[in-house]
Design a protein around this ligand. Structure first.
Ligand code: AMP
Ligand code: ZN
Length: 664
């Protein structure tokens, strides 16, 4: 088998596994085996760039940056749908269309996926472009982003038409959405509101590698094109499935509007058990011939009708408004409700967001309120049932002082939320910061949990995370539920955390907007906390991917006297506040300004090690040869085409030995 065949075989194999996993939900190899094969293909493609294919499974990881999305005119206009909200609406629709077509009408009933609509164009079985709906006539081209979505086939299977468009909805399954929010919560970032907005926001991200990280899916529902040899909507769905698209199996072909109503009733309840959100059902005349006869109004097809579910609403009594203080001091008002059943769960609390929201809806304690669980996962209050308000009710006075520490709250210009400024004395802030410090992704302190932290603070044993390092077994032993063994574990766990590398320490400090990735970037650039502490805003902003918001927050953190004291203490206890000596010893700037391409097999180092050596010495690694390449490091078995290309452009070709002497 020659190299090209080897590459093609791997691509086919990976496509099939991708299909088994994401479309059929029935993987036949482990994730690990999949990764091995993918890496094998990546290595081959890197080595033989002449066999590049924009639709290769390796392209799904993304990495393309799009500054401006091109506007593209749709070949077939993307219409909206007419809405109905009741049985009567649907019956009226049937009466109208029956007057316009002859013969029996069959209907395809589909779920109305709640996401962002997308038009995909395929030619010769390959995805050539993906365009958002936009205004229906033209939309934005977002192909690079869409390619990262695993349920979008890059290469079709079976007997597909030469060229066609296919439409679907980009959605974010609920589980994936909640996971994304968990991570935001851990980084103390504002949470995404609902899966729909998060899905549609993802389409226009500039870095496709970011999109690749999001667990988006594409569910298909309609094929458009010329001479497709498809005569009904239902047949179209089946064919799309055969070509490798994800077309949910819930779609049903029915013979009467009564059956349509049954479908609607069934899914109004069952929707709560789906892995993604739907906001209704779409009913379509099944015969494409009849569809053509019915045609379109100015904005929607006459042959289709959306039935929108009512967001479930209940009314209940709001017993009390309480206020939560977060780790950063942000105040969130919470409605404590008389428990009530809603969309399959018992609801006891609803978020009130901020003071403006309470004032706008004039929400008061004792009111009977309407609660809704719409797109948002956390229920919200829609309105107040004024007819049930008692005569002696009074408007809500938003709190002026922190409920936890009584400090007067502040509200910054342009911000919706109130903050408690008592950074050092407000218990939930103090406790929250230490809890973040010990958390798994930060210092990962074994033997110490969030509740124990709260206890330690309450007992006055610690005030900030640097105090942890002075705790003794004798001090913690008297605490509730502590025994000799657990007390020792706790102290040992804290001791071991002194080995945690600087990048995780920096994340653990809890500087606002400095999440795991930002911490890594800062450490790579500044190498020690001493360097970082004196950096100016401008200085920080010159670091790759550090923006103004982050820069300001870092400078603010290090300008607070208390924080400097804490850092000094951490230092004195031996916590890692710089890149470790051996790591640093291997780092130089010897290759600064040079870009390397590495190809072939090496003797004394692996290819990965070689790349690391380049980066540790300040050089850049690139995967393809261009005029920007400074050196091609050529190993054994390097492809002849790479050599030719390098020679043509005039790139210096060096051996493994040459390279090693460069960094000596
Ligand atoms: P609307 O945005 O309310 O006008 O509804 C039309 C939108 O519903 C379309 O643009 C699609 O994005 C979306 N939709 C979701 N599921 C389906 C489906 N099964 N068939 C057609 N459209 C759907
Ligand atoms: Zn406070």
């Amino acid at each position: 088998m020659n190299t090209q065949q080897q590459i093609e075989t791997l691509r086919d194999e990976l496509r099939q596994h991708n299909y088994n996993y994401y479309i059929l939900d029935n993987p036949t190899i482990s994730d690990y085996e999949f990764d091995i094969k993918l890496k094998e293909l990546q290595a081959l493609e890197e080595k033989y760039p002449e066999f590049f294919d924009a639709n290769s499974p390796t392209q799904r990881v993304g990495g393309t940056i799009t500054k401006n999305f091109n506007t593209v005119v749709h070949d077939f206009r993307m219409y909206s749908l007419d809405n109905s909200y009741s049985k009567e609406d649907l019956l009226d629709w049937e009466t109208r269309i029956k007057k316009m077509v002859d013969g029996v009408i069959q209907y395809t009933c589909e779920l109305k996926y709640d996401g962002a609509s997308m038009n995909l164009t395929y030619q010769k079985g390959k995805l050539v472009r993906a365009v958002t709906r936009g205004d229906g006539v033209q939309g934005d081209e977002v192909t690079a982003n869409i390619k990262t979505i695993n349920t979008v086939p890059l290469q079709l299977k079976g007997n597909y038409p030469e060229r066609f468009d296919i439409r679907g909805e980009i959605i974010l399954p609920i589980e994936g959405f909640l996971k994304m929010n968990e991570e935001r919560m851990a980084n103390d970032e504002e949470l995404y509101r609902n899966p729909r907005n998060t899905a549609s926001g993802s389409l226009k991200l500039q870095d496709s590698a970011e999109v690749a990280k999001r667990p988006l899916e594409c569910l298909l529902y309609s094929i458009k094109g010329n001479n497709l040899n498809i005569s009904t909507q239902f047949e179209g769905l089946q064919k799309a499935r055969e070509w490798g698209f994800k077309v949910p199996k819930e779609a049903k072909l029915v013979n009467s509007i009564e059956e349509v109503l049954e479908f609607v009733e069934y899914w109004d309840i069952e929707r709560h058990n789906l892995p993604y959100e739907i906001d209704g059902v779409v009913v379509k005349v099944n015969s494409l011939y009849q569809q053509e006869e019915l045609g379109y109004t100015a904005k929607a097809p006459r042959w289709a009708m959306a039935y929108k579910f009512k967001a479930e609403q209940v009314s209940t009594v709001l017993n009390k408004i309480t206020y939560q203080v977060g780790r950063t001091g942000a105040i969130t008002p919470v409605a404590n409700l008389e428990p009530v059943q809603l969309a399959g769960t018992t609801v006891k609390r609803a978020s009130l967001h901020n003071a403006d929201q309470i004032e706008k809806l004039d929400i008061r304690e004792g009111d009977t309120v309407f609660v809704e669980k719409g797109g948002e996962i956390i229920p919200k209050i829609i309105s107040v049932d004024l007819s049930k308000r008692s005569d002696n009710s009074a408007p809500t006075n938003y709190i002026d002082d922190c409920p936890e520490c009584k400090t007067e709250l502040i509200r910054l210009e342009g911000e919706a939320k109130h903050y408690c400024p008592n950074y050092n004395g407000c218990p939930p802030q103090v406790i929250g910061r230490i809890q973040h410090y010990i958390s798994r992704k930060a210092m990962d302190i074994e033997g110490l949990g969030g509740e124990t932290v709260a206890l330690l603070v309450k007992e006055g044993l610690i005030n900030d995370y640097s105090d942890l390092y002075e705790l003794t077994v004798a001090q913690v032993l008297p605490l509730e539920r502590m025994a000799q063994k657990s007390a020792e574990n706790l102290v040992n766990g804290i001791e071991s955390s002194k080995q945690i590398p600087f990048e995780r320490v920096l994340f653990a400090l809890g500087i606002r907007y400095v999440g795991e990735t930002v911490a890594k970037k800062l450490v790579k650039h500044y190498k020690s906390i001493d360097n970082l502490m004196v950096a100016t805003i401008l200085d920080l902003m010159s670091v790759d991917e550090i923006g103004e918001r982050i820069a300001e927050s870092v400078v603010e953190f290090f300008s607070a006297e208390e924080n400097l004291k804490i850092i000094q203490r951490l230092k004195s206890f031996g916590v890692q506040l710089e890149i470790s000596a051996d790591k640093l010893a291997n780092q130089t700037e010897k290759l600064k300004g040079n870009t390397f391409v590495v190809s072939g097999v090496f003797e004394s180092v692996s290819r990965t090690e070689l790349k690391k050596l380049i980066e540790d010495n300040g050089g850049k690694v690139s995967s393809s040869i261009s005029s920007k390449t400074s050196y091609l490091v050529a190993g054994d078995k390097m492809g002849p085409s790479k050599r030719t290309k390098a020679e043509n452009i005039g790139v210096t070709i060096i051996s493994e030995a040459d390279f090693l002497s460069l960094i000596k």
